[in-house]
Design a protein around this ligand. Structure first.
Ligand SMILES: *Cc1c(COP(=O)(O)O)cnc(C)c1O
Length: 404
């Protein structure tokens, strides 16, 4: 049973007013709101058992270590990793991708190629461009069609024995497209290429099974999954995590240090230098528990109803054009109305309490593809309602009237 009022009651921010109006939060692709259990877990850690982890002999340190490591195990189960040490805590998706792109510097040379898709977030483009600058490897781009779907035949043509890494998002944050990642992974593996899937935008809606996907790396940020900012994960297959060099040197990641030679700690600590975001790691596990208590199938089904309703409703507005019309998509609607600048629409509807994102959504190549400066993006979560979509519709009509 999907009880929307009960769910909304879990999120204290949803009763806030913005500019004198009830908040209508439709910027979930940028970050999600947090349920009280997640907020409480952070307060609880700092109030009752704040201590550094993995090192202390004292009781609080052990309690904190257990809570942090239990959270790792929850994430292992959620993503279905084979080993809990294949789950590395990072500060988020951006950090996770940089760790891998930097690690590949030690492996690639100038004859190698790496493949990216047209619809990536800048986080999944720039670190690889930096890798190519360091190694001389070539970056090639998988094209897409007007609906915002990757062209798989073109992708297959780009693959060769020179391809060493393919990095594609599971879901596009700007278009909502759900990419056929299993096919993408299978094709890359035929040439021995590793695949990194950016799961920042999919993980709030889809429960991925990393073993079934046979993916080499899968990355996500807690803050898009009802967790706090500053914490995320890198899932990596054990063989890859063994092969890649550590990203940062420091405490926690060593086995033994002398001035002659330092040996690195075992996984996952090899990739977790320094004191981590302890409360964040614990809260991430609480957020995952919370989402699983609602159920990812229930979340996806409800959000899809919101998407269908909102798509129909918004298309009633004359001159409104939606970018990203893939058959497989999450509840993201990127649009423009006539020639009105997206920023102006966003600013007006903000006065009516409605939070949407405007601009290029950290995906400028997509905007270049459509030859537009940006879009207005309404992105829905399982705590949004059909009434909120009606409010968005009314607000857009008002904005259109004022701006046209
Ligand atoms: C949000 C997002 C990122 C970046 O995540 P951070 O939490 O800012 O590191 C990367 N890729 C996609 C698809 C995203 O939606």
């Amino acid at each position: 049973m999907f009880d929307i009022q009960k769910i909304r009651a879990d999120f204290p921010i949803l009763t806030e007013k913005v500019n004198g109006k009830p908040l209508v939060y439709l910027d979930n692709a940028a970050t999600s709101q947090k349920p009280q259990v997640v907020i409480d877990s952070i307060v609880n850690y700092y109030t009752k058992y704040n201590a550094n982890i993995h090192r202390g002999v004292h009781t609080l340190s052990q309690i904190a270590t257990n809570a942090f490591e239990e959270s790792r195990t929850k994430l292992q189960k959620h993503f279905n990793a084979k080993k809990n040490y294949e789950i590395i805590f990072t500060s988020g998706t951006t950090h996770s991708i940089n760790m891998i792109a930097t690690g590949f510097s030690a492996i690639l040379n100038a004859d190698d190629e790496v493949l990216v898709s047209t619809m990536e977030h800048h986080s999944n483009i720039v670190p690889w461009q930096m890798l190519c600058e360091r190694t001389g490897a070539k970056l090639k781009v998988i094209p897409m069609n007007n609906e915002g779907e990757l062209l798989l035949d073109e992708y297959k043509k780009l693959l060769s024995s020179k391809t060493k890494v393919v990095f594609v998002n599971h879901v596009s944050n700007a278009l909502g497209t759900i990419n056929p990642i299993k096919k993408i992974i299978t094709e890359a593996h035929k040439y021995g290429a590793a695949v990194l899937i950016d799961g920042a935008q999919s993980s709030p809606h889809i429960k991925p099974d990393v073993q079934d996907l046979d993916v080499d790396f899968y990355v996500a940020s807690a803050h898009k999954l009802c967790g706090p900012t500053g914490i995320g994960i890198l899932y990596g297959k054990e063989e890859w995590l063994q092969k890649l060099p550590p990203y940062q040197g420091g405490g926690e990641m060593i086995k033994q240090v002398t001035f002659e030679k330092t040996t690195y700690a075992d996984l996952p600590h090899k990739f977790e230098a320094g004191t981590p975001n302890i409360s964040g790691g614990i809260a991430f596990g609480v957020a995952i528990d919370y989402l699983n208590s609602i159920g990812f199938d229930n979340i996806a089904a409800y959000e899809n109803e919101l998407l269908q309703y909102a798509t129909k409703k918004l298309l009633q507005i004359e001159g409104l054009k939606i970018y990203g019309t893939s058959k497989q998509k999450t509840a993201v609607i990127s649009f423009n109305i006539g020639n009105i600048h997206p920023y102006d629409i966003g600013a007006i509807i903000d006065k009516l309490g409605i939070a949407v994102r405007t601009g290029h959504h950290c995906a400028q190549p997509i905007m270049n593809f459509y030859n537009i400066p940006g879009t207005v993006r309404a992105s829905f979560a399982f705590y949004n309602t059909f009434e909120e979509i009606d409010l968005l519709y009314e607000a857009l009509l008002k904005a259109k009237m004022m701006l046209e």
